[in-house]
Design a protein around this ligand. Sequence first.
Ligand SMILES: NC(=O)c1ccc[n+]([C@@H]2O[C@H](COP(=O)([O-])OP(=O)(O)OC[C@H]3O[C@@H](n4cnc5c(N)ncnc54)[C@H](OP(=O)(O)O)[C@@H]3O)[C@@H](O)[C@H]2O)c1
Length: 267
Amino acid sequence: MKHFGLKNVLPKKARNAFYKTKHYMTILVVGASGATGKQLVEQLLIKKHNIKVIVRSPEKLPESWKSNDNLQIIAASILDLNDEAMRKHVADCDAIASCLGHNLTWKGVYGQPRKLVTDAARRLCDAVKTNAPKKPVKYVLMNTTGNRNRDLKEPISFAQKCVIGLLRLLLPPHVDNEKAADYLRTQIGQNNAFIEWAAVRPDNLIDEDQVTDYETHASPTRSAIFNAGKTSRINVGHFMANLISDATLWTTWKGQMPVIYNKSAAE
Ligand SMILES: NC(=O)c1ccc[n+]([C@@H]2O[C@H](COP(=O)([O-])OP(=O)(O)OC[C@H]3O[C@@H](n4cnc5c(N)ncnc54)[C@H](OP(=O)(O)O)[C@@H]3O)[C@@H](O)[C@H]2O)c1
């Protein structure tokens, strides 16, 4: 049966022009080959945005992505790109989302790059600033409830403070996650002409097939160490995609570090 979707009736250039008039966005996703990154890209594709992914291992990506006209796959390791390439890749982007995380292997946790998430945020934001876009670009960082939003002076118990201190000593990826959010909070700040940001904080990540009910809060409502809740990766992808696409939701959370829990795990 013949389909009369845009793909069949318009050449790519005309399709892209049409998408622009429909307010579809161009979004760069880094960490797109990861468990959450894949979910985020799927959610953005459902919304018909134009997606670019920079991945060092394209073979890990779903086959369907390779023939998707709305998706551009750039094969590179993010921190190996030079400044000029970074600037080129972000030049047409309305938003950048990072689901980067250290692989849970000895090399991933204790080897280089120790500051993967922070350095990617800094270099991508530097590239945006150099391009000086007319409208601020959104930077959405996947972070963790193990990190506090120091703007809000979030209280934690003495016991949790001790455990987090230990994690900082033993787990470099935890420090990287903290520094990445701190970079956005203190270096980009709340009034940057070129970048607006949000750092999404899921609790213990789980895998589920479907988007389910979830709740978002400005700060954790339970202890990330002693009473952790659950957050499914697909819900993280759903929330990050909505943050990017929905202007009202963005206004609610920009410059903040929303916490996300699955509703079923909230009791
Ligand atoms: N586990 C939890 O319960 C939990 C809870 C809250 C927050 N988090 C945080 O959530 C984030 C993502 O979690 P996830 O489970 O979705 O992660 P994941 O599946 O391990 O994905 C990590 C992504 O980062 C990329 N990456 C790793 N090292 C890289 C390097 N040196 N250069 C370039 N890319 C690199 C991976 O690329 P490759 O595919 O090429 O390796 C992959 O795309 C992490 O920062 C984690 O700390 C985790």
